[in-house]
Design a protein around this ligand. Sequence first.
Ligand code: HDD
Length: 710
Amino acid sequence: MAKNDNTENKKTKDLKQFEKNAENKAMTTNQGLKVNDTNNSLKAGERGSTLLEDFLLREKITHFDHERIPERIVHARGSGAHGYFELYNSIEKYSKAGIFTDTERKTPVFVRFSTVAGSKGSADLARDVRGFAVKFYTEEGTWDLVGNNMPVFFIQDAMKFPDLVHAVKPEPNKDIPQAASAHDTFYDFVSRTTETLHNQIWAMSDRAIPRSFRMMEGFGIHTFRLINDKGESHFVKFHWKPKLGVHSVTWDEAVKINGADSDFHRRDLWDAIESGHYPEWEFGIQVVPQEDEHKFDFDLLDPTKLIPEKMVPVEIIGKMTLNRNPENFFAETEQVAFLPGHIVPGIDFTNDPLLQGRLFSYRDTQLSRLGSPNFHQIPINRPLGEVYNNQRDGHMQMDIPKGQTAYFPNSLGGGCPHLSKMAEGAFHSYEERIDAKKIRTRSESFNDHFSQPALFYRSLANWEKEHVADAYIFELGKCYYTHIKERMLWAVSQIDTALAQKVAKGLGLRVPDTIDQPINQAIGADADVTQHQPPAKKNYLESDPALSQANTRFNSIATRQIAVLAADGFSMSDYQNIKTILEKEGAMFKIVAPHGGKINCDQNMEHNVDAAIMTTESVLYDAIYIPGGKASIETLRGVSKYKKFINEAFKHCKAIAVDNEGDILLDDTFVKDYKADKAVFINAKPEAFRDAIAKHRHWDRMETASKVPA
Ligand code: HDD
């Protein structure tokens, strides 16, 4: 595969006209004047004071002073990539959208992944929801699917979004903690707003610490509508399923990765694309006929609920491939503006009150972030088609609209730009019948807060359940106030009593039988809140396999990072044997040597060192391989960090393979007594090691692993 696939599509062609390459070009000012010195200011004498006249100095410094724009209030830290979307099968029975009917098209996309709570410079492995925003540059206009890597959201009504975000962001008096939900204000809010519990338990699961952006699912979350050419509506939920499966790291790794490489996810995405391993997701839909709207035990308009795949299977209809890194982070990844309100004919909104509020917020935020209502003219945000309307002027207008008229209707402009009929591709909102009172309230059908978190927890494998309990203990353990922890314990006990007991034990507290005040988050001051309490959990489905990562794909070792622990004199034949077989499937071998530069194998060939042991950490790799070679092993035994490296890989349930003298190094580590472990391979076939890497982690080692003092 070529690195960074530069095959032209309509969007790359559009972007190309704005690209600037300084190769063989003279430096100029912004006025095109050639520059002869950019290192020295203009002075009165060699050691004299700087002159106000120096327009070169002023232009350079002024531009620098204004280089930053406000970071996003949420999702500030992100990474982007270009790619395309292909449709497998037309779904014209549901939707008339070109991207859902034309299987010949390759629709250009730009995707931005992000964490939510942290600032732009925060670490990638924070325990957090991940943003999964996709901009489709379709022939009929831009469609933005602005989703997350979890299928539900924390709150039901956009009115509460500022409260949610203020609660999770650093506490305002001390601006602590950065990129973390483990603090009092967040749990004060969550324990009083139990609609948050479903998204909250997902955030306590391994989904919140992905191994890679390339190994996480994406969800549109809200129920949207698909509209066909007869004007008929079907409800729909959108899904992204990663070809590499859904995989995560452990919390211990996450904490350490944040120190070892705080750009771990960003680097991983960039490197995968640069090396031609293009990330892929299949696109799926869950379709519910209009007449089935009220057939579920939950409300389709409630964004804190998912539709279990066991009830409505996901129909895979297409695929997205990311094949090109941005040319410039600021111009593309930072300036890209996603708006849930960007929609095309064939797709429409529902009355989900969270979605309705989002339709306002995203346009509004771009005005302060990008500074002008002309943000759609920034190259990354420009639609494929031409734009004509009567909107005019504003900061940074890039077009030169011609003519005498900027209003409609007009005769002086020949009636142009003219309107289009629906049959000519114009957007037409779905004509939903509404006959209602104007009322500020929350529907009773949104009131069930416990059934789906309980369904999620029941659906997890035991090792996933352990991770959830540990996460709650960590998060609540970081809170200061006992009454907040106790209220959270009560909330968790409404999901699962055993889970609450386990967390309580970790906190050294008891699960309270009742809470001091009822939950009144959804109901206004005029209502009797005691009448509006969430009911006890229901069990309309025992479990749903799609909710557990134990049921994901475990068939690929593509892009898996294998640390090769080696020094001068390592066995070339051992190394070659395993490398040849595993590299064919895309695994990446990285030599971790006692020093940088090069080392020699026992056949006297030079090998580039990928990382000196002092510059890297075990948590940055998926597996370890130690080739034989007496001299090599003797050297490695003399460097204590190798023992830590191996012990940590074992603790994190990773596959470890050694050949010949490599076994001697294991004797210096915790693995010494566990060589019969299913994912420790001594002189084994490369294929066995391969299969173990594809399994990602060996959770049946968890109990032993917990004893590793690393
Ligand atoms: Fe949001 C950014 C996802 C609810 C207000 N949101 C933002 C991004 C993602 C999401 C992925 C980053 C886009 C990018 O990469 O530029 N947000 C969601 C999802 C939600 C959700 C999946 C619920 C289903 N958001 C939500 C609500 C509001 C906002 C209810 C406000 C009422 N979100 C914003 C924002 C941001 C944003 C403040 C910050 C930067 C931006 O919009 O462009 O307007």
